[in-house]
Design a protein around this ligand. Sequence first.
Ligand code: ADP
Ligand code: 5GP
Length: 199
Amino acid sequence: MSNDTPHSARSTPHALIVLSAPSGAGKTTIAHEILARHPAEVIFSVSATTRAMRPGERDGIDYYFVSREKFEQLISEGALIEYESIFGNYYGTPNSEVERARQMGKSLLFDIDVKGGLSIRRQFPRESLLIFIAPPDMKTLEARLRARKTESESTVQRRLERAQMEMSMAGEYDYVVVNDDLERAIQEVEGIIFGHGRD
Ligand code: ADP
Ligand code: 5GP
C-alpha cells in the first residue's frame, strides 16, 4: 500500500530543485509553500550567508548566518559546493546540505541566484531541475521589493540593477514561471516538480 500523495505518485522529483529569481520576485514565498505542502518529499537547502538576519528569519533554518571570517574559512576548507558575492555579502551552499538530503532520501530545494543555479547544474547535470521565477514586469518587482520593507533605498536600487542581469539569464533555465497570481504560480511550480520529475 502506498501513502503517497497524488502528486508524488506521478513521478519522483529531481533530487536537486533550484528556484532562482530577481530579488523580490517571490521565490522565497513560493519555496516556503512548496516545502509546507510537500514535507515528505522536499527539504530546503540552508545556505550560509554573511548578510544580516531579517526580522522573522531563524539561524540554521532560513540561513546559517556567519561572519566573513567564518565564511572565508568555509571557502578555504572546500566546504561549499558553490558560493557568490551578492549585494556585498557572501552566499553559499554547504556540501553537507546535499549529503543531508541524500541521507533522508528527499529532494533538496535551493533558493539561490542564477549563477549558483547554473553551477549546481554543471556539477549535477542529471539530478538538477532549474526553475526561474519571473516577476510580471519590472514595476511590479520594484513595488514588491519596497512593500517587503526589508531593504534600505540603496539596497533596493542594487537589487533592481542586478535584476536586469538575472532576467537576461532566465533562458538558461529549464522552466520560467511568471509569479503574477501567487497561488497560480505555486501550482505551476508544483506541476513542474512533480509532473515532470524523473520516472
Ligand atoms: P524573493 O525571495 O524572490 O526576494 P519574496 O518571496 O520575499 O521574494 O517576495 C517579495 C515580496 O512580494 C514579499 O513581500 C511577498 O509577500 C510578496 N509577493 C510574493 N509573491 C507575490 C504575488 N504573487 N503577488 C503579490 N505579492 C507577492
Ligand atoms: P536574500 O538576501 O534576498 O536572502 O538573497 C539574495 C540572493 O542570494 C537571492 O538571489 C538568493 O537566491 C541568493 N542566494 C541565497 N543563498 C545562496 C547560495 O547559497 N548561493 C548562491 N549562489 N546564491 C544564494
